[in-house]
Design a protein around this ligand. Structure first.
Ligand code: HEC
Ligand code: HEC
Length: 161
């Protein structure tokens, strides 16, 4: 055997030794919450997809900078290099025809805040930021309180003698 292979061989032996040490508890229960039941090594069938909420009612935002959630179904809407279905309704020109809210000025700005003539590439893939909602039970709890509630709390606290 050529000596040149020796380092490789040593490395392989070392790797095998480490791999042999690994001992996953394959029947450990899966972390509860997001993963339904089973053990770490089991694969259960994925739950069915929930229905997209399609009420056509704009939702309250939790803070002014929040990208509003999409209140309508977007199933089958194509957004790729060849076209952007969202913009047929939401672009400056399209919103007059569709009566959909026009994308705001921030969608026309480059990263230095300079307004551009057309939709900025960084705002082209709408679902990076805007998401539909599903009619399902939330997976995790949430005790977020918006600024109105926080201000009320503060006012109530200072009003106390
Ligand atoms: C056929 C026209 C049409 C298309 C296509 C469309 N929308 Fe809409 N969209 C609307 C209308 C109309 C509203 C106003 C609320 C309603 O009627 O659902 C709206 C509302 C919204 C809102 C809520 C705005 C707010 O202020 O709350 C978002 C976000 C949105 N759409 C994103 C999208 C995205 C992302 C796509 C593409 C995946 C898309 N829309 C495709 C017509 C459209
Ligand atoms: C990088 C994130 C991002 C992307 C990508 C993006 N948006 Fe937005 N969008 C926002 C944010 C943040 C707001 C709320 C604040 C604002 O107007 O900038 C918003 C607001 C909106 C509104 C409400 C405007 C208003 O005046 O009430 C509509 C409608 C909308 N977006 C549609 C779209 C559509 C359609 C696309 C794809 C062409 C898109 N957005 C891409 C982040 C994004």
């Amino acid at each position: 055997m050529s000596l040149r292979l020796l380092p490789l061989l040593l490395l392989a032996a070392f790797g095998l030794a480490i791999a042999g040490e690994l001992n996953y508890p394959l029947d450990a229960p899966a972390p509860d919450g997001r993963r339904p039941g089973g053990t770490l090594s089991q694969t259960l069938p994925a739950p069915v997809l929930g229905n997209e909420e399609n009420k056509d009612l704009r939702r309250e935002r939790n803070y002014p900078e929040q990208p509003p959630t999409i209140p309508h179904s977007i199933r089958g809407y194509q957004v790729d290099a060849n076209g952007n279905k969202c913009l047929t309704c939401h672009s400056r020109a399209g919103s007059a025809r569709s009566q959909a809210p026009m994308i705001s000025i921030t969608h026309y700005m480059d990263r230095d805040g300079q307004p551009l003539a057309a939709v900025s590439p960084r705002r082209y893939f709408c679902t990076q930021c805007h998401v539909t909602q599903q009619e399902v039970k939330p997976l995790v709890g949430n005790n977020f309180r918006n600024i109105d509630h926080l201000l009320e709390d503060e006012a109530a606290a200072t009003a106390k003698p």
